[in-house]
Design a protein around this ligand. Structure first.
Ligand code: 5AD
Ligand code: SF4
Length: 450
């Protein structure tokens, strides 16, 4: 433990929420590492407790409150411990959070991560709580030092924020407007990652298709141009990206998916609802038929394409018939997988003021039916792969017992197969069994060794 007025030498970090937050956490670890702090696995052993928070749904807030109870307890045991709350919830609550949780030392919003060392310093020097909440990106967290998980996979942030204002969503308020990172900076980062042995990239942004489209963007290219540039870098075997907004999928993007070898045959394309009235109330900017036509064009151009999606049930005013439209859309598309969420009102957003909130039992009942429908299609899609050979990038050991390797297909499906795992190997696997969530097979050949 530190003496007063000093930085501690260890930190504990817990991350909530999406991949963007996981990626921001790599930067938080990098910054704290540079300050000389070592990461520890248990909160009890740490001189600093860091929570990188999410505010997309109310459940995320409630979970954080539980963890803050733990922080308060540990701080009582040693008042020199520092408590840092980073991320979207810090941004949405700002200084009112300090009053509510007086044991929190530093608050830092997602656009202000680079301020973390300064804020810690300020807290230690002045003894007062310190916070930073920039509203848009002035310095890319992607340019901060990073502590990356080992292995063949890496996240690369290509843009931040969102300017779509879907009526239910808090993201534009906490992560600011869409802003694209310059293409040449992304290219440099990817070339460095490839040199370190990274083979598979996941390009991250709230709406990656809008890359380079904002007014006065300094990106130097749009999303298809970025894909083309990155696909040409030596050592990059696979490129994934998320999330895509259906209204911004261009013909050139479809062409890039079809033609650029490293770009994987998977698109995560949140549809949210199958009802035109609900889509309008959500301010999504497309209708059910637009979405279906887009799916048709994508599947025609990219054989074997996997499609995954996000869905919200019980949006305010959703009727049984409107929910049935979502179910029938599941049948028409047949997704490979889907994330499902019960609508959660977020203050600041337009939908929070809408009447017609569903009773929790109604929402849960609809959710049950939706999940069942999704699983049926996911199982069928996976079953179609039984007997075929797929290319798998080995990621590590399976959670199953024994010598079982785990990897993913280009279509983002989890594959388990017997054998010692060598992360980064590309192997051909013959699929013997499938469930709605994973595939099982045996190794047929090694394509490339790490
Ligand atoms: N309530 C429920 N789900 C939400 N999402 C975003 N905001 C909300 C909300 N207020 C879901 C959307 C989005 C995913 C990341 O989270 O489906 O695509
Ligand atoms: Fe939220 Fe819509 Fe932006 Fe996605 S596109 S982050 S759902 S506002």
């Amino acid at each position: 433990m530190p003496s007063p007025g000093e930085l501690p030498d260890t930190f504990f970090l817990r991350t909530f929420g999406c991949q963007m937050n996981e990626h921001d956490s790599e930067r938080i670890c990098g910054l704290l590492g540079q300050l000389g702090l070592a990461r520890v696995e248990r909160a009890d052993d740490a001189g600093m407790l860091v929570y990188n928070t999410c505010s997309i749904r109310e459940k995320a807030d409630t979970r954080l409150l539980g963890h803050l109870g733990e922080a308060r307890r540990l701080k009582r045991l040693d008042p020199r411990r520092l408590v840092v709350v980073a991320g979207c919830l810090a941004q949405s609550r700002q200084t009112e959070f300090f009053a509510e949780f007086p044991f929190v030392d530093v608050l830092v919003g997602p656009q202000s991560l680079h301020e973390l060392p300064l804020l810690l310093n300020e807290r230690i020097e002045s003894g007062r709580q310190a916070g930073a909440f920039e509203e848009s990106t002035s310095r890319w967290s992607a340019e901060l030092p990073r502590a990356r998980r080992d292995g063949p996979l890496a996240w690369v942030q290509i843009m931040t924020g969102c300017s779509n204002y879907c009526s239910y969503c808090i993201v534009p308020y906490v992560r600011g407007p869409e802003a694209s990172r310059p293409l040449r900076d992304i290219r440099r980062e990817v070339a460095e990652l490839a040199e370190q042995g990274v083979k598979e990239l996941t390009l991250l942004g709230q709406n990656v298709n809008a890359y380079g489209n904002e007014r006065a963007s300094g990106a130097g290219g749009d999303f298809p141009a970025l894909l083309e540039e990155l696909a040409g870098i030596d050592g990059v075997e696979r490129i994934r990206f998320m999330t895509s907004h259906p209204k911004d999928v261009s013909s050139r993007l479809i062409q890039a998916l079809a033609e650029l070898e490293p770009v994987c045959e998977h698109v995560h394309l949140p549809v949210q609802s199958g009802s035109d009235r609900i889509l309008r109330a959500m301010n999504r900017g497309y209708e059910r038929d637009d979405y279906l036509r887009l799916v048709g064009r994508l599947r025609e151009a990219v054989p074997g394409l996997a499609l995954t999606t996000d869905l919200i049930v019980a949006f305010p005013g959703e009727t049984e018939a409107e929910f049935a439209d979502t179910l029938s859309l599941m049948d028409e598309v047949g997704f490979d997988a889907a994330f499902t969420f019960v609508y959660s009102p977020r203050s600041q957003t337009a939908a929070a003021a809408l009447p017609g909130r569903a009773a929790p039992q109604v929402a849960e009942e609809r959710m049950g039916r939706l999940v069942e429908r999704i699983q049926t299609h996911a199982a069928r899609r996976n079953q179609e792969l039984v007997g075929t050979r797929v290319e798998v990038m080995v990621e590590g050991r399976s959670r199953q017992s024994g010598e079982v390797a785990m990897g993913r297909t280009r279509t983002f499906k989890t594959v388990n197969f017997p054998g010692e795992p060598h992360p980064g190997d590309l192997v051909e696997v013959v699929i013997d069994e499938a469930t709605s969530t994973s595939l099982r097979g045996r190794r047929a050949a090694l394509v490339t060794e790490r």
